[in-house]
Design a protein around this ligand. Structure first.
Ligand code: HEC
Length: 111
């Protein structure tokens, strides 16, 4: 049992190291920066359809404040696009897509 826990902790440690190396590639150093970064990307690339608060529904876009998607599903959708929502795979990099996906979920709380 204890062994299992330490293996898990070890894996978490590796994962957290991984994240650190990834984010040092961009300019994101902590969670606050991550949220601010996500917000900037959102304003530039998403707000024209979804609105600053996520619920503008311009061009038949979905209301992001009531989405049931998780960050993985949101990232996927951003990569590939859906109907009139463009794909962003050629526009945004992975750290940017991750940041904006996380930001989308914060719109729920701001409602
Ligand atoms: C050109 C307008 C447009 C832009 C720009 C746009 N979207 Fe969308 N978005 C849409 C439309 C339309 C849908 C609904 C697609 C459908 O019919 O399922 C949608 C759906 C979504 C959904 C699914 C919500 C749900 O629960 O079904 C998410 C999440 C989302 N957009 C996030 C984003 C993010 C993040 C960005 C910026 C990177 C973005 N969108 C940019 C038009 C847009």
């Amino acid at each position: 049992m204890l062994k299992g826990v330490s293996v898990l902790l070890f894996l978490l440690f590796i994962l957290s190291q991984c994240n650190d190396t990834m984010s040092s590639g961009g300019q994101v150093s902590n969670e606050t920066d991550m949220a601010a970064y996500g917000k900037e990307i959102y304003k530039t690339h998403c707000a024209m359809c979804h609105g600053e608060r996520g619920n503008a529904k311009i061009a038949q876009s979905a209301d992001l404040t009531i989405t049931k998607m998780n960050t993985t599903e949101i990232s996927d959708l951003i990569y590939h696009g859906k109907k009139t929502m463009p794909r962003f795979a050629e526009v945004l990099g992975e750290p940017e897509i991750n940041a904006v996906s996380n930001y989308v979920l914060t719109l729920k709380a701001m409602k």
